[in-house]
Design a protein around this ligand. Structure first.
Ligand SMILES: [Cu+2]
Length: 130
């Protein structure tokens, strides 16, 4: 009987130890993930009433620009102009409440437009990172 109780307690102790190790690993990895995510600076932009807001935006290199569609119609964020595509980024169509994100690493002027409404235009100016 004594051996049985001892075995029972050692099994419990073993299980608790494992639980501790696993939760420690879990905490450690999730923390590492959120820390690396924090390193990317983000800038928010909106699409509202068929307009990119702000129409032009200046960001340092390494910034992720996140566009949120506030209209109940599909829009896209497509690099270039309808006359001359840029090719650096293109969102495809996304609808109300959805977002598109692009991280700008190279300095320069990036024009963009909406593939469905070619009068919708905007620009991102990327300056060298400080
Ligand atoms: Cu559009």
């Amino acid at each position: 009987m004594k051996t049985l109780i001892r075995t029972f307690f050692s099994v419990i102790a073993f299980a608790l130890a494992w639980f501790g190790v696993i939760s420690y690993i879990h905490t450690y990895t999730t923390k590492a993930e959120s820390e690396s995510a924090d390193k990317t600076a983000t800038m928010k932009a909106d699409i509202k009433l068929f307009t990119f807001k702000p129409k032009s935006l200046e960001v340092p290199g390494g910034t992720a620009v996140v566009w949120t569609n506030g209209d109940a119609v599909d829009h896209s964020v497509t690099n270039g102009t309808p006359e001359k595509l840029g090719g650096a980024f293109g969102s495809g169509f996304f609808n109300k409440g959805q977002t598109f994100s692009f991280t700008f690493t190279k300095a320069g002027e990036y024009q963009y437009f909406c593939k469905k409404h070619d009068f919708m235009r905007g620009a991102i100016k990327v300056v060298p990172a400080p």
